[in-house]
Write a protein that binds this ligand. Structure first.
Ligand SMILES: Nc1ncnc2c1ncn2[C@@H]1O[C@H](COP(=O)(O)OP(=O)(O)OP(=O)(O)O)[C@@H](O)[C@H]1O
Ligand SMILES: [Mg+2]
Length: 254
């Protein structure tokens, strides 16, 4: 469902992705771990088309994302191509990023109406079903600022799902939440992961959650995959000293 092939991403002299290659299978839940600055957010932003690759190729669902076919080859994607391919991908951010000037329902229906061209009625029916699923149907007409952080994040998740994404990107989605709100959001994500065939790429410091839901964990450092494996192996018996040191540091902090 997702393929990075020799992706290089530079910001000036800073090479953040170093010939990065990996694939994620349809329906797989992959967690990215690694130290601050190792490029985790950049990988998600490249997929969300918020950043462009310096070189290399990204594919989503077998279609090139960073590039588009022209003649017999590929050329860098233009805006139209990016708009088309990025419909398949949803992202939830640490800071929710809800539209502050719209109520909850409107937050969820805006993109389906304006990007997918759904009728407002159809978009609202779908949005209400999603708000029901995230436990917030009764807050549909509320302004986001009147909701708790955990509730806002559940709206952001409903908003991402409203686009019927094949791939959902999660970037530290519980890091900005008060501790007592974290469990509710993680439970919701667990439910979505187990009841849909959405492919997940998740950056999180919630190692317990990662261990429970991930099919695979990839450890990044300095723009490369240091090692990857099932959570059982990677969290209990990592092969690399770098992973061991990172896990120690993260687990000690808690
Ligand atoms: N828009 C940008 N312009 C310049 N440099 C950037 C930009 N975005 C990221 N970087 C740099 O790229 C590197 C990787 O950043 P990134 O945010 O991907 O790391 P991360 O692994 O998500 O870290 P964290 O765990 O702290 O969120 C950092 O050195 C960062 O300063
Ligand atoms: Mg980050």
């Amino acid at each position: 469902m997702v393929r990075f092939e020799n992706v290089i991403k530079r910001f000036g002299d800073n090479e953040v992705c170093r010939e990065l290659s990996f694939t994620v299978a349809p329906g797989e839940f992959v967690t990215l771990i690694g130290p601050s600055g190792s490029g985790k957010t950049t990988i998600l932003r490249l997929l969300m088309t918020l950043e462009r690759v310096t070189s290399g190729l990204i594919e989503v669902g077998g279609e090139p994302l960073s590039h588009m076919p022209r003649g017999k080859g590929l050329v860098p994607a233009d805006e139209k191509h990016l708009r088309k391919v990025r419909k398949r991908i949803g992202m939830v951010f640490q800071q929710f990023n809800l539209f502050p000037n719209m109520d909850v329902l409107r937050n969820v229906t805006e993109a389906p109406v304006h990007v997918l061209g759904e009728s407002r009625d159809a978009a609202e029916a779908h949005a209400m079903a999603l708000l029901e699923m995230v436990g917030l149907a009764d807050r549909a007409r509320e302004h986001p600022t009147r909701l708790s952080g955990g509730q806002q994040q559940r709206v952001a998740i409903a908003r991402a799902l409203a686009m019927r994404p094949d791939v959902l990107l999660l970037d530290e989605v519980t890091s900005a939440l008060d501790p007592e709100l974290v469990a509710g959001v993680l439970a919701l994500l667990r439910k979505i992961a187990s009841t849909t065939d959405i492919t997940f790429l998740c950056v999180t410091h919630e190692m317990g959650f990662a261990r429970e839901v991930s099919d695979r964990v990839m450890m990044f450092d300095a723009g490369r995959v240091v090692e990857e494996g099932t959570p059982d192996v990677l969290f209990t018996d990592p092969g690399h000293e770098r992973t061991r040191a990172f896990l120690h540091a993260v687990l000690d902090r808690r």
